[in-house]
Design a protein around this ligand. Structure first.
Ligand code: PRT
Ligand code: MG
Length: 213
């Protein structure tokens, strides 16, 4: 019985490794230097697959991976159908924010009931946020580099993740609203949890003990 764990390269992979190590799993290859998409581990029955961050829930939902680690931002957009989310891994932390140009008077625009143009990769999150506030928005879907949109007149505002705030600062943007605190969650395929319970449950227990509060 093989356990497949879906991870994305970069911060999620790096920050998940100590937790996997605590569960007795070590990767035998590094996704940054290897071009392989299926990585072996020290355990013959555990393999890692490397997918785009936003594709992790899809692999787990369909059972192509048993487990995965995905940001709450990604899970919110995906909807989470067919996924069990037992643990907040408390890694890859950041904040979902609304940001505008330094010189844009966001408060007045909102107060006057202006129709805001908002560019984002997080369309569901943005729609829910502004609907709850009763602010009318036109959403423009982007796939990355949201910070550029207000600078070239594509939008008035963006909804994006902020961690250090350096990207906003470097592009003369300011955060004007906090939407949510984000961290990465462990996700488990519901059928796999039942069928492979004897192997998966000890992993969940080990992760739980190793998660930093
Ligand atoms: O990069 P790619 O298009 O392949 O996919 P991705 O961007 O979804 O993946 P990745 O690995 O960059 O992010 C994976 C997960 O890490 C996200 O889903 C978040 O849950 C989490 N995370 C934590 C972040 C950040 N911090 C973060 N700072 N994801 C992205 N950023 C970006 C942000 O979008 C902005 O452009 O970093 C920039 C801001 O950083 P600061 O430090 O300048 O504020
Ligand atoms: Mg990225």
């Amino acid at each position: 019985m093989t356990i497949t764990i879906a991870l994305s390269k970069g911060r999620i992979f790096e920050e998940t490794m100590p937790l996997l190590n605590a569960a007795g799993i070590t990767a035998l290859e590094d996704p940054e230097s290897s071009r392989k998409l299926i990585l072996t581990t020290n355990r013959a029955d555990v393999r890692l697959i490397i997918v785009r961050a936003s594709d992790v829930p899809t692999y787990v939902q369909y059972g192509a991976a048993d487990l995965g680690v995905a940001g709450k931002d990604v899970l919110e957009e995906h909807g989470g159908t067919g996924l069990y989310q037992p643990l907040d891994m408390n890694i890859a932390r950041c904040r979902m924010m609304v940001a505008v140009r330094d010189d844009f008077d966001y408060e007045s625009a909102v107060r006057q009931g202006a129709r805001l143009r908002v560019a984002t990769k997080y369309v569901q999150t943005a729609r829910a946020h502004f609907a709850a506030k009763g602010v009318h928005v036109d959403l423009i879907k982007l796939y990355g580099s949201m910070e550029l949109a207000p600078l070239v007149g594509l939008s008035d505002a963006i909804v994006d993740l902020v961690s250090s705030g350096n990207t906003l600062k470097a592009n003369h943007l300011k955060a004007v609203e906090h939407i949510a605190d984000i961290s990465s969650r462990l996700i488990v395929n519901q059928a796999a949890l039942k069928l492979k319970h004897d192997v998966i449950q000890p992993m969940l227990d080990a992760f739980k003990l190793a998660i930093r509060k």
